[in-house]
Design a protein around this ligand. Structure first.
Ligand SMILES: [Zn+2]
Length: 101
């Protein structure tokens, strides 16, 4: 898979999806992204070492391969609007390859 130049790819993505605050209870899931400092929903973020990252911020900091190397459960909440279609495809392929070697 190729997303081309990672910086160009990440810049080409639309705006970050805002955290869902449909219910008052949802504020309990708000966390700050360790890379960009914007609020995000911990259910849709990538947890690593006690910190949370937007999917695209994780890719910007550690690279797509590091995201692919994470356990499936860590990436389960990622949104397509966050990481974009090519990265989501690559992630799904890597998870499928690990399940069916
Ligand atoms: Zn971020």
């Amino acid at each position: 898979m190729s997303t081309g130049c990672a910086k160009h790819y990440l810049r080409s993505l639309g705006p970050l999806p805002p955290p869902s605050l449909r219910r008052a209870h949802d504020v309990r899931y708000l966390v700050l992204c360790a890379q960009c400092g914007s609020p995000t929903d911990s259910r849709h973020a990538v947890p690593l070492d006690g910190q949370h990252y937007h999917g695209r911020c994780f890719i910007a900091r550690f690279g797509l391969r590091a995201l692919q190397a994470l356990p499936r459960a860590a990436c389960a909440g990622l949104q397509l609007a966050d990481i974009g279609l090519p990265a989501a495809r690559a992630l799904l392929r890597s998870h499928a390859a690990r399940r069916n070697p």
